[in-house]
Design a protein around this ligand. Structure first.
Ligand SMILES: [Mg+2]
Length: 248
């Protein structure tokens, strides 16, 4: 990984970058649905339906209403009865719990190492009011000086404004901020358009499973270029020796 300018801050996407749904979106949907009398809904079918609905989502403002539409589309495409409002509310609440997520193995070691090297760390996420408490429950919130969540910022990645806001909160020139995410247009494209540096995380061997189970797949082929690609977040502290230093 090569960066162009000295980096003093690193910002992270959350879903697919630091954490993933666990055991999978479909498993969680099926588990909650069963509590509401929707028995025998196959997690695999829900995962496939969710992945398709997630890829096709446009526009998606990450609001509760948008999520309810997406969940309904998922159940419909999986060929099952739609969840009631109460069932949807339970699904929505379930994903606010730490047990519906897994922190990637490389996330905390990388964050610890970056913090120890003096980098200012931030979050830039298209998410909703559940994110701040979730990061707290997962033990991740403590690493970040700035948390920019789209529902609070009023801007959604790839809008450059959300990236500029993060740089401002971190007290850094945008060019000194490196953004790390798993979505080409939203993360790499948005960051570069705002003048940040960008790195795409592509965990080897995970893409297929991720696109099937979580639906948080890397975006479609794109003409965006000029960003680095890493397969583990541990590549960050390995490449970024100390905040503000010139890099390899
Ligand atoms: Mg993501």
């Amino acid at each position: 990984m090569k960066t162009h300018r000295p980096v003093t801050a690193v910002t992270f996407d959350v879903g697919g970058t630091l954490i993933e749904p666990w055991p999978s979106v479909g498993h969680v949907y099926a588990e909650v649905a069963a509590r509401f009398g929707l028995e025998g809904v196959a997690p695999g079918a829900l995962n496939r339906a969710f992945a398709a609905a997630w890829q096709a989502r446009r526009p998606f403002d990450h609001s509760r209403a948008a999520w309810q539409r997406l969940v309904n589309e998922t159940f419909a495409a999986a060929g099952t009865e739609l969840p009631s409002d109460a069932c949807f509310n339970a699904i929505y609440g379930r994903f606010a719990e730490a047990s519906a997520w897994r922190v990637f193995d490389d996330a905390q070691p990388a964050l610890e190492a970056l913090a120890a090297r003096g980098f200012r760390l931030g979050i830039i996420s298209n998410w909703d009011e559940r994110l701040r408490p979730l990061l707290d429950k997962l033990g991740l919130a403590k690493y970040f000086r700035s948390l920019i969540v789209s529902c609070e910022a009023g801007h959604v990645k790839p809008d450059p404004e959300i990236f500029l806001r993060a740089a401002a909160e971190l007290g850094c020139d945008p060019a000194a901020v490196l953004h790390v995410g798993d979505n080409v247009p939203e993360d790499a494209g948005g960051a570069q358009a705002a003048g940040l540096q960008a790195v795409l995380i592509e965990r080897s061997g995970r893409r297929g499973r991720r696109s099937k189970s979580a639906g948080i797949a890397v975006g479609p082929p794109s003409r965006i270029s000029g960003y680095g690609v890493i397969t583990s977040l541990m590549a960050l502290p390995a490449s970024l020796e100390s905040a503000g230093a010139s890099l390899i």
